[in-house]
Ligand binder design. Structure first.
Ligand code: 5GP
Ligand code: ZN
Length: 113
């Protein structure tokens, strides 16, 4: 998609702190980290949010989850981590390209919201 921030990051048109990439997935550190480790995992294909996964292949979606597991290992998150995907306005999604936050490196609050 032409005017999408995360499409441009995945294409290398906007710089990012890359931690992982493969044919269908790109991952990079969040510019405003909310935890000692805060990484965004995105499909290269433009999908606006989880609501749009009808346009993604099972392979693309599974690759995101497998990348999350790989990155958690790379980052040494042996005590656990949280994965979040904000979808739509009630969840305060601010970038309309599907992404999974990996949050870790600290003890997190025992609640989701
Ligand atoms: P959302 O609020 O949509 O769930 O998450 C979007 C995330 O993207 C936020 O955590 C925000 O800090 C991050 N973000 C926004 N713009 C940029 C950017 O240009 N580079 C990087 N690395 N992260 C960004
Ligand atoms: Zn996009």
């Amino acid at each position: 998609m032409d005017n999408c921030l995360f499409c441009k990051i995945a294409a290398g048109q906007i710089p990012s702190d890359k931690v992982y990439e493969d044919d269908s997935v790109y991952a990079f550190r969040d510019i405003n980290p909310q935890a000692p480790v805060h990484i965004l995992v995105i499909p290269r294909k433009h999908i606006p949010s989880l609501d749009g996964i009808g346009d993604a292949s099972d392979q693309e979606l599974a690759s995101c989850l497998r990348a999350i597991r790989t990155i958690a290992g790379q980052e040494g998150l042996n005590h656990g981590y949280r994965v979040v995907s904000n979808c739509g306005p009630d969840a305060c999604q601010s970038v309309p390209h599907l992404h999974f936050h990996i949050l870790g490196g600290t003890q997190m609050a025992d609640r989701m919201a």
